[in-house]
Design a protein around this ligand. Structure first.
Ligand SMILES: [Zn+2]
Length: 209
């Protein structure tokens, strides 16, 4: 199994190809590759990303079958089932790198912002529970600034990154299992942001690498 740093550089290379329009989905999802994975998998990275239809992890990193263990949830939030999935990949496959990936124009972060600033209500309890996990990050960006003078675009943009930082830090301490693997140097949890506008991924939080 590769190291976290090697895994990161593979993701960076793949995203460069994607942003340049050089991906080859046929090779990545070929019949031969599918056959080679029948008896097992050894994904080199776990990606915790948003469900947004514009941010499919395998495509934006130009990776194929068997490469990535992907968890997608609105707002890339960390709830117990996400922690369990990250632990599963770490324990079963020794996956060395975990990437929490937010993205520009995130609808869940925007909804959390609107619920705070405009007092907009969430449609259901389940939706509220999603927004509740994002709200602290948004509040940390808004701080004590008066709502009327907020630059919405700028605040939501900053809040996306704050939300990634919160989720990555939460994962790093979410369980004894994950803490131990990070301390042993067998795993790193990093934070990234995908740009809907450019297709580029910026790995801006490399705290445990
Ligand atoms: Zn999103």
């Amino acid at each position: 199994m590769m190291t976290a740093a090697e895994a990161l550089s593979r993701l960076r290379d793949g995203n460069r190809r994607f942003a340049a329009g050089q991906i080859n989905l046929e090779t990545l999802a070929s019949r031969a590759r599918r056959d080679a994975l029948v008896d097992g998998q050894s994904p080199f990275a776990t990606i915790l990303g948003c469900s947004d239809s514009r941010v499919p992890a395998e495509i934006v990193f130009d990776q194929g079958l068997g490469d990535l263990f992907v968890i997608r949830v609105g707002g890339n939030v960390v709830a117990p089932s996400q922690v369990g999935s990250v632990e599963f990949a770490a324990e079963r496959f020794g996956t060395p790198l975990v990437v929490v990936m937010g993205h520009t124009q995130c609808g869940v972060v925007t909804a959390a912002f609107e619920s705070i600033v405009d007092g907009a209500g969430d449609a259901s309890r389940s939706l509220r529970s999603l927004a509740d996990r994002v709200r602290p990050a948004v509040l940390s960006v808004i701080g004590s600034r008066p709502h009327a003078s907020l630059d919405r675009r700028a605040v939501i943009g900053e809040a996306v990154r704050a939300n990634v930082r919160v989720a990555a830090e939460h994962l790093r301490h979410a369980s004894a299992l994950l803490e131990r693997r990070i301390l042993d140097g067998g795993m790193a949890v990093v934070g990234a942001e995908y740009s809907i506008e450019t297709g580029a991924v910026d790995f801006f939080d490399l705290t445990t690498l």
